[in-house]
Ligand binder design. Structure first.
Ligand SMILES: Cc1cc2nc3c(=O)[nH]c(=O)nc-3n(C[C@H](O)[C@H](O)[C@H](O)COP(=O)(O)OP(=O)(O)OC[C@H]3O[C@@H](n4cnc5c(N)ncnc54)[C@H](O)[C@@H]3O)c2cc1C
Length: 405
């Protein structure tokens, strides 16, 4: 008779399921705070732009997120690669022709001495985050391994990994994306809205400098956004997020580069001159999704495992870092009760209503940007003009967008 070897066992303060940008940041932050942390992900992170599977999105970290990145020891690594965002420009091009008819600039100088935020390519974030994790002795990052089982008790959680390892943890953080395994295993449902819309993302170069202005152009189908990037081969460069109804987004993604560049330049209203494609194009389906609650016994959900919204106003990952900040504050306040019922109830109570309110706001803005009938587009342009005209309203909107109180 052959004896089967017992599975390897590990014990840790925190198990993070998911090593996307949110999970990697969480691992660095909790590790830097002295908690033993294991982070697992079945997909090893892609850390070069030209590698297959590279995440072509960029992330604009808004002002409040910088403090979280500093706490995680990540900001010093990222700062040299940052493209600052000083002005958010909104253009309404909803008239008969795709031309700018209303242009309004929201300048960070109205509310702060610092820019609104800083933009980075996601593949670069992963490269710097993985390098940072290697410096933190409390963190054990295990790429190539998935979470496949979860059993919780009042006293702790037991997580089964795809390589057979059993991990005992005080707290399990579900950072495993919109189809989160942890969320499902904890029995937490979701509410999902489909828009029939996709976001096309790529990077471009252009003759006019962006001047650290992020530009959002509204016509139909969703916003078209140009977000500043550092120069590329000596030319000004921006990230494009172009939201359209699904079939139209697929048509655009399949166009040959010259035709695509012509249509993209027209859709941008020519604001930075002719746009030249600098990377491949990628498509992302647009949904709004919120987990019915953000915690369960010994489990906290963060980032897309908890909430997914369309990329408007750079809210997605910034909300995720606000989740992380809240969880980290609670953990540091009472480390002896890490992952306990009181801590997790408090996390849910602080984050869920805030996320829900933001989700409602983004859903409204997305639907307003999608409208096709001309009278509704005219109404949208009038609303933008009216909101902008009053400085106190303008400042309040800017502060709310940043997540400042
Ligand atoms: C086009 C676009 C542009 C955006 N721009 C911005 C922006 O400017 N600013 C901003 O704040 N946000 C932005 N967002 C949102 C932001 O990109 C997302 O919120 C963020 O990337 C999601 O990160 P995440 O780590 O939650 O999820 P993911 O990146 O999906 O990571 C989840 C990870 O979990 C892993 N995983 C899955 N199953 C398991 C399992 N069983 N066990 C372990 N691991 C598992 C996956 O392999 C994956 O690596 C944008 C989104 C889109 C679509």
């Amino acid at each position: 008779m052959t004896e089967t070897a017992a599975p390897p066992r590990l014990s840790t303060d925190i198990l993070i399921s998911g090593g996307g940008v949110a999970g990697l940041t969480a691992a660095a932050a909790f590790g830097a705070a002295g908690f033993t942390t294991i982070c697992v992900d079945p997909e090893p992170p892609v850390t070069a732009e030209t590698d297959a599977g590279a995440d072509m999105r960029t992330t604009a970290f808004l002002h409040p997120s910088r403090a979280v990145l500093e706490r995680a020891g990540l900001w010093a690594r990222l700062a040299p690669h940052a493209a600052p965002l000083q002005v958010m420009r909104i253009i309404d091009a909803g008239g008969a022709r795709p031309e700018a008819r209303i242009v309004r600039d929201f300048d960070a100088a109205d509310i702060s001495d610092e820019p609104f935020g800083w933009n980075f390519p996601n593949w670069l974030l992963r490269r710097e985050m993985v390098a940072r994790l290697a410096e933190i002795p409390q963190v054990d990052f295990r790429p190539g391994v998935a979470t496949v089982g979860l059993l919780t008790r009042e006293s702790g959680a037991e997580v089964r990994l795809s390589d057979g390892t059993l991990v005992t943890a005080k707290l399990v953080i579900g950072a495993d994306g919109r189809n989160s395994f942890v969320r499902e295993a904890a029995g937490i449902g979701t509410k999902t809205t489909h828009y029939g819309q996709k976001a096309l993302v790529c990077a471009v170069t252009h003759p006019s400098p962006h001047g650290n202005v992020s530009t959002e152009v509204h016509r139909t189908g969703g916003p078209f956004t140009l977000v500043p990037l550092p120069d590329r081969d000596g030319k000004p460069s921006s990230a494009i997020v172009w939201m359209e109804r699904g079939p139209e987004a697929e048509r655009l993604a399949a166009l040959d580069p010259a035709d695509f560049e012509r249509e993209m330049t027209e859709r941008s209203t020519g604001v930075l001159g002719p746009l030249t494609l600098a990377t491949r194009r990628a498509l992302w389906p647009m949904i709004t999704q919120i987990a019915c609650r953000f915690s369960a016994e010994r489990v906290a959900l963060i980032a897309e495992a908890a909430h997914v919204i369309p990329p408007i106003g750079a809210q997605g990952l910034n909300m995720s870092l606000a989740d992380l900040r809240c969880l980290l504050d609670l953990a540091e306040k009472d480390p002896a009760h890490l992952g306990g019922a009181a801590m997790l109830a408090s996390y849910n109570r602080r984050r869920w209503p805030e996320v829900k309110a933001r989700e409602v706001g983004i859903d409204f803005l997305n639907r307003a940007s999608m409208v096709a009938p001309r009278p509704l587009r005219d109404l949208r342009a009038a609303a933008l003009g009216a909101l902008y005209a009053f400085k106190p309203v303008r400042k309040t909107l800017m502060r709310a967008g940043l997540g400042m109180r």
